[in-house]
Design a protein around this ligand. Structure first.
Ligand SMILES: Cc1cn([C@H]2C[C@H](O)[C@@H](COP(=O)(O)OP(=O)(O)O[C@H]3O[C@H](C)C(=O)[C@H](O)[C@H]3O)O2)c(=O)[nH]c1=O
Length: 183
């Protein structure tokens, strides 16, 4: 596993080892021991998610409030997305900062988004399948959304040739300054 740090301590890009041969490829998409070593602590995953979206769809920026905060290990098995993590811990030195990475079927990269971060992505290909493991169960009452285009965060979303498409919930997302966050 190749581990690539990002500008925000704790948010990591992971590149699992891929075994390619004439048949195709094999990789361990998740290995608890290797993951814990890479991240530096143990995280228990309790839920796997899979969403499929069309080009231009933006899902996020979502997080669940404590005590239901979710760490997410995100990967893409079809297409390409720009995946983003935003630090929403008020006491963090990187509060309000974001990191983004292109995750794709081709690069097989994964993004580790620790608890305390909002997560979202924009689909860059015609379709994309995003699969991610979560360290806490879905608790809708604790779910919160910050606007994808919050100027105070200033995410540099890649240019695409279609109109971004968001759910009504996401279009109604709050600004970071108004949001219920983590201490
Ligand atoms: C997240 C989730 C949703 N649902 C149900 C609730 C809705 O009836 C339906 C669609 O939910 P939603 O529109 O919230 O799905 P996304 O917009 O993809 O939400 C996700 O988007 C960003 C990228 C995230 O990181 C979060 O995992 C999650 O918030 O699935 C469930 O049953 N379980 C779940 O864990």
């Amino acid at each position: 596993m190749n581990v690539i740090p990002t500008d925000i301590p704790g948010v990591l890009i992971l590149e699992p080892h891929v075994f390619e041969d004439t048949r195709g490829f094999f990789m361990e998409s998740f290995n608890q021991r290797i993951f814990d070593d890479a991240v530096g602590q143990h995280h228990e995953f309790v839920q796997d998610n899979h969403s499929r979206s069309r080009k231009g769809v933006v899902r996020g920026l979502h997080y669940q409030l404590a005590p239901h905060a979710q760490g997410k290990l995100v990967r893409v098995t079809r297409g390409r997305v720009f995946d983003v993590a935003v630090d929403v811990r008020r006491s963090s030195p990187t509060f309000g900062r974001w990191v983004g990475a292109e995750l794709s079927e081709a690069n097989r990269r994964q993004l580790w988004v620790p608890p305390g971060f909002a997560h979202g992505f924009m689909v860059l290909s015609e379709h994309a399948d995003v699969l991610y493991k979560a360290t806490a169960y879905y608790v809708p009452q604790s779910d919160r959304c910050i606007r994808w285009d919050d100027p105070d965060i200033g995410i540099a979303w890649p240019p695409i040739d279609v109109e971004p498409q968001l759910s009504a919930k996401d279009l109604a997302g709050t600004r970071l300054v108004e949001a219920e966050l983590f201490a």
